[in-house]
Design a protein around this ligand. Sequence first.
Ligand SMILES: *Cc1c(COP(=O)(O)O)cnc(C)c1O
Length: 233
Amino acid sequence: MSKTCHKKGPQASIAANLLTLKKQLADGCKACGRDPADVKFLAVSKTVNDQRLQQALDLGVRRFGENRVQEAQAKWPPLRQKFPDIELHLIGPLQTNKVKQAVELFDVIETLDRPKLAAHLAKECARTGKYLPLLVQVNIGEEPQKAGISPHDAVNFARDAIEHHGLNVTGMMCIPPLEAPPAPYFALLTKLTREAGLQEISMGMSGDFTIAAQLGATTVRVGSGLFGAREEI
Ligand SMILES: *Cc1c(COP(=O)(O)O)cnc(C)c1O
């Protein structure tokens, strides 16, 4: 196996990164008159090992995002024992055969991306009585290879999930096209979320979170900016 990862420094680097991120967010918010307290970081911890997770936890980070149910299942239950106030978000695709596991493990699922998944989640929430907050994933750039509800259907989909399925949909999330400036997509997600009467807006990653914050994000999902570059898997 050939590794092309950049070697990371010790604990100090996560601490320094966190300070830099907070400063960038504060500056970005100040520039547009937004209160930085209204924008929360989600530390994207996919592929991040226990030692580095522990460093982030020691620095007070409590909101984490994982994109694979199985990986999260292996990493988080022991850490939750030690840190009961961890808030764990699923930010990757959810197969219907993993719904049961996901509802048990996560506090928020940000990837409600199709009607069939809404039906399965409705059953599991009803069965367990755990109506965890859900975000509708919007395929904001209408890219054929990407998951998510079309922007044209997103508002109706969210309403239907709430009214017909009884789901606790609290907002929307998106991953804009890689190769285009993200601002118009961020603005569109904010518009759709407000149109649906919802509060939570999850958008922006390490490279563009200040723009997302300026355009209405309530959660920005930052991975490499906090933990350093990931090894490709
Ligand atoms: C990996 C990932 C992120 C974080 O990306 P970075 O560029 O490392 O900050 C955010 N959102 C989703 C859905 C991801 O899969």
